[in-house]
Design a protein around this ligand. Sequence first.
Ligand SMILES: [Fe+2]
Ligand SMILES: [Fe+2]
Length: 234
Amino acid sequence: METNLTVNNPVKSFVKMNSQCAQVFEELNIDFCCGGETSLFSACEEKGLEPEQVYQRLMKLPSGEATSEIDVSGLAPAELIEHIESTHHIYLKQALPRLVGLMDKVHQVHSSRHPELIRLKTVLGKLREDLELHLLKEEQVLFPLLRKLDSNSLDLKMRVVQGPIRVMRNEHDEAGELLKEIRELTNSYVPPKDGCQSFQLLYKELRQLEEDTHLHIYKENNLLFPTLQSAVSV
Ligand SMILES: [Fe+2]
Ligand SMILES: [Fe+2]
């Protein structure tokens, strides 16, 4: 990670620069939220940690952004499935538990002044539950079926894949509705003026979740499913 930051900069500056620093701070029990103004040096000393060691660990973190985009339009179905699993599914499996943990923390501290967080917590919890189950269905039921179809090892009839694909499309719509509600509740991801570092991080990560999930759903609904539906016999 390239940066001008030193151990004398406030803890919150590190999280602002790379959201993955938050996970390291959580693990080390360094408060990057309401105590975010403290320098990294002082925060480490307070916890009996060696500041330089912590600093070096932060510098080794990869970029904290969600999955980067590549051109997938020419991929064969099996390759596209591989791409979806290795980018969007992995991203969700890592991001959803992290987001729910962060949500709990922000809710606990700020919901008295920001009651919208109560509904936001419920909606995010529901989205996590739905998406985790959805990933499981794709990875264990639909994708193995589609892989067999793609390699011509299975003579599938349209009705065999049509049912699961219809279910997946419906679940995509439901996830889209929940994301829409999250956007409304967060004022399009603009944190309040009194929002602390955790609050800002939560909104930033929710925006990434929306971006990545929209792309993910687009690829399944518009690239993967139509190719396969046209390839199977009626
Ligand atoms: Fe998926
Ligand atoms: Fe999906």
